[in-house]
Design a protein around this ligand. Structure first.
Ligand code: FAS
Ligand code: PHB
Length: 387
């Protein structure tokens, strides 16, 4: 088999890239290691920058998002038992959309099915060959070996994928910071405690009140990195969440049984470069951000929007276009990492943190509360700095 672009990974990055390329008439084959059911079972991101909204609309997968998603014009930050709002429209002139990553993935699969895309799931032992020459990709499925040649390979296979490892260790530089805590998240079929998100700093640890729709709440509490879901009954979770959210929100919470409960560890990671010969990395395959800034999915969407634009230019005759991909993508990645790591440091309680350091965090939040410029900087970062 031959094609123009082989996409490794059927998460949001791979599915969206394949969609954008096919819209420009570029032949694409997508290989996904897991089943579609498994991919769609993942509960992940929830907040879209406006640039991501526009990209999804351009990809022809915005109808359900526009119908079911919720446009948010602000967010609340909580500290010392009260909260204050940052107005995105006033401070940055744009909003964000709350629409779950799972729904985006569903919409992309629906669009691919309608277009008759070549998506091969349950592709085992995907291996990349000769990516600095004439790329070939091999895999196993149903007991048979398969091979495909391509002009380019897009590594959209997430943090644990094979693509990044294909770049020789001495040709890539990896930057990493692992945080000593994680987020215990639950989904519950209850009305969200607020119509906007609440990020809360508390001496007991960070908490976040989010949602998927008016009937589906998404909540998180910070837990130690070695904690386990088994140690958290729903009752214990709700009690801890109430203790960490500002008083008014804590009093208003509607509790209910969790329909999903999981712990995600927090890390920040970047691989440079994001290109090696005819292999291009996008999304979590190249970078990981702590979810505090709601950037992971948005960076993935930004990567593939840029990569699709440059690959389309290449196939249209501009053979220099792709040379700019890695540097341009990394500029956005590092801006998002700076914001996400800074916000993580401001809102979370670190092991061994003193009362003095807790007061410093509260003083910085109080300063943001009083400062027009600080709120403008926050709003511009949160809604999408480089879009
Ligand atoms: P993904 O990891 O989503 O997709 C990669 C795909 O590649 C997967 O389907 C995988 O099965 C496949 N794959 C892997 N290896 C392969 C191989 N060898 N061959 C073929 N296929 C292979 N971001 C936020 O903005 N907010 C959040 O709240 C948030 N919460 C998160 C919670 C968790 C537990 C995790 C892990 C991430 C979270 N993220 C969050 C980040 C997340 O949303 C990612 O940014 C987003 O999934 C990135 O999409 P992809 O790059 O497509 O990677
Ligand atoms: C979510 O709703 O899952 C969510 C929202 C904002 C974040 C992280 C996660 O920063």
């Amino acid at each position: 088999m031959k094609t123009q672009v082989v996409v490794i990974g059927g998460g949001p990055a791979g599915l969206l890239l394949a969609r954008l390329l096919m819209q420009n008439g570029i032949a694409t084959v997508l290989l996904e290691r897991r089943s579609r059911a498994h991919v769609l079972s993942r509960i992940r991101a929830g907040v879209l920058e406006w640039g991501s909204v526009e990209t999804l609309r351009r990809a022809g997968v915005g109808t359900r998002m526009d119908g079911e998603g919720e446009i948010h014009h602000g967010v609340a930050l909580g500290h010392t038992n009260h909260q204050f709002r940052i107005d995105f429209a006033e401070r940055a002139g744009r909003a964000v959309m709350v629409y779950g990553q799972t729904e985006i993935t569903k919409d992309l699969y629906t669009a691919h099915d309608a277009a008759g895309s070549t998506i091969i799931d349950n592709a085992e032992d995907v291996t990349l060959h000769d990516v600095t020459g004439r790329p070939r990709v091999t895999w196993h499925k149903d007991g048979r070996s398969h091979e495909i040649e391509a002009d380019f390979v897009a590594g959209c296979d997430g943090f644990h994928g094979v693509s990044r490892q294909t770049i020789p260790a001495d040709a890539r530089t990896e930057y990493e910071r692992v945080f000593p805590f994680g987020w215990l998240g639950i989904l519950s079929e209850t009305p969200p405690v607020s119509h906007e998100l609440i990020y809360s700093n508390h001496a007991r640890g960070f908490a976040l009140a989010s949602m998927r729709n008016p009937h589906l709440s998404r909540y998180y509490v910070q837990v130690p990195a070695d904690d386990t879901v088994e140690g958290w009954s729903d009752e214990r979770f709700w009690d801890e969440l109430r203790r960490r959210l500002p008083h008014d929100a804590a009093e208003a919470i509607v509790t209910g049984p969790s329909i999903e409960k999981s712990i995600a560890l927090l890390r920040s990671f970047v691989c440079e470069p994001m290109r090696w010969g005819n292999l291009f990395l996008a999304g979590d395959a190249a970078h990981i951000v702590p979810p505090t800034g709601a950037k992971g999915l948005n960076l993935a969407i930004g990567d593939v929007a840029l990569l699709a634009e440059l690959m389309s230019a290449h196939f249209a005759g501009d053979t220099a276009a792709l040379a700019t991909y890695s540097d341009r993508a990394l500029e956005r990645v590092w801006a998002a990492i700076r914001f996400s790591v800074s916000l993580t440091g401001l809102l979370h309680r670190f092991p061994g943190q003193s009362a003095f350091e807790q007061r410093l965090q509260e003083a910085e939040l109080a300063q943001i509360e009083r400062s027009d410029s600080a709120q403008t900087t926050f709003a511009r970062n949160y809604t999408g700095l480089l879009t």
